[in-house]
Design a protein around this ligand. Structure first.
Ligand SMILES: Nc1ncnc2c1ncn2[C@@H]1O[C@H](COP(=O)(O)OP(=O)(O)O)[C@@H](O)[C@H]1O
Ligand code: SF4
Ligand SMILES: [Mg+2]
Length: 395
């Protein structure tokens, strides 16, 4: 954006009016383009790069056109969710984890939130894929809660306080299976309640959410999410609102059900402990970009990006005595005005001569392990740079 006064958040009246006008023009144009793309199946049907994946995020850019400028919440994100796998997405608060999952569900706050670049491919299981970015809402409605479902952080706010538990689970099954009779739907709900470990299923069926504990409510949310045996379960901080013993139970439950239903899980969390026990693959995000990805063993036993190394050092380990946990110095750059060099540079204690150059490329240091950091330049194939979108060119 022009006239940016360094990194300060000060905006003049003139600049503010310019941003508002720009936002109005650009969001109107994007909404129009989306409406057109929605009409043409060729623009939203595609093919997976690898049939073994359920989802492929390919250079996804999701921006918010806000009053203070464009927030590049997700900027050139690349990673895959393989079939039957659990992929942990980790990073500190605000790094774009939720926006990545909301882009996949097409649940962004529009018109200010827009996926302006890249493809999100969802495997339909019949040799074709949907590019979610252009998929019309009528198709998304059939996907959400059916093929892809979501479990949120706070079970109390995800459940409707004025409806009984049974009705809320019934509703999902009914919506996606209109041919089922009332009795069949109820039987399915009771089966789901049993599956998520609720002992008194008939009793709970007619209770209200406030009558249940936090852990029980999260089990209900899981039952709702799994009612239609989804291909992909997105769990966004599913245990953050729960106490530690219940956390472990809920994670065990999720893992077991995933195996039973043959689904994949995208597990979003800021808690490395949660990922360590459960994920097959780990994606580390920082300031809207993926900075390192690999198998859980790659990330936990051989972290390569200085940020991941810092995260590992700042994680308490049972039985290891330390005076103070490591603290990554500095803070995340201003999201409206990202630098054109490595986003972590101002906090990085391991800089090398290349770090003053442009944002580092992705480097494949093993078959499964990819890192975006100049320290590893030459250690493997250079895959390319994350593709950002110049918003001025959108008009
Ligand atoms: N509706 C919104 N309007 C403007 N900015 C948003 C909105 N939602 C999220 N953001 C910004 O996007 C970035 C990523 O947010 P989010 O994905 O929610 O982070 P987290 O990794 O904690 O889930 C943050 O900088 C946040 O300020
Ligand atoms: S590219 Fe350089 S500044 Fe960035 S994380 Fe790697 S070493 Fe640090
Ligand atoms: Mg979040």
């Amino acid at each position: 954006m022009a006239e940016n006064k360094g990194n300060s958040s000060y905006i003049s009246g003139k600049e503010s009016r310019r941003i508002t006008k720009f936002n109005r023009q650009v969001t109107r144009k994007l909404e129009k383009e989306r409406a057109n793309a929605n009409k043409d199946p060729n623009l939203y049907t595609t093919k997976m790069k690898d049939e073994n994946n359920v989802v492929e995020f390919d250079n996804v850019c999701t921006y918010f056109f806000s009053d203070v400028g464009t927030v590049k919440a997700v900027d050139g994100v690349n990673f895959n969710i393989p079939k039957h796998a659990t992929v942990g997405v980790v990073g500190e608060s605000g790094c774009g984890k939720s926006v990545t999952s909301l882009s996949l569900m097409q649940l962004l706050q529009r018109p200010s939130g827009q996926t302006v670049g890249g493809e999100i491919r969802f495997n339909q299981g019949d040799g074709t894929a949907l590019n979610i970015v252009n998929t019309p809402n009528s198709i998304m409605e059939k996907l959400r809660g059916n093929k892809i479902s979501m479990i949120f952080q706070e079970p109390m706010t995800s459940l409707n306080p004025v409806f009984r538990i049974g009705e809320q689970i019934d509703e999902v099954t009914e919506l996606h299976n209109p041919e089922m009779s009332k009795e069949e739907v109820k039987a399915r709900t009771l089966e789901m309640l049993e599956l998520v470990g609720i002992a008194n299923k008939e009793g709970v069926y007619s209770m209200y959410p406030h009558e249940l504990s936090g852990g029980m409510r999260q089990r209900i949310c899981i039952a709702i999410a799994l009612a239609c045996s989804p291909t992909l379960i997105i769990a966004d901080e599913p245990t953050t609102a729960l106490d530690v013993t219940i956390q472990a139970q809920i994670l065990d439950l999720l893992q077991n059900l995933k195996d039973k239903l043959n689904s994949s899980i995208m597990l979003i969390t800021h808690d490395l402990g949660v990922v360590a026990g459960m994920a097959d693959y780990v994606v580390v995000m920082y300031a809207g970009r993926v900075i390192e990805k690999g198998t859980a063993a790659d990330i936990f036993h051989n972290p390569c990006h200085p940020y991941t190394i810092g995260l590992m050092k700042s994680k308490p380990v049972v039985g290891k005595k330390v005076d103070a946990l490591y603290n990554i110095p500095g803070s995340v750059p201003n999201p409206v005005n990202m630098p054109n060099y490595c986003y972590f540079r101002d906090r990085c204690e391991m800089q090398c001569e290349h770090c003053s150059g442009k944002y580092p490329p992705e480097i494949r240091i093993s078959d499964t392990h990819v890192v975006s950091c100049y320290r590893h330049l030459g250690e493997g194939e250079t895959l390319g740079y994350p593709k950002s979108v110049n918003v001025e060119e959108l008009l």
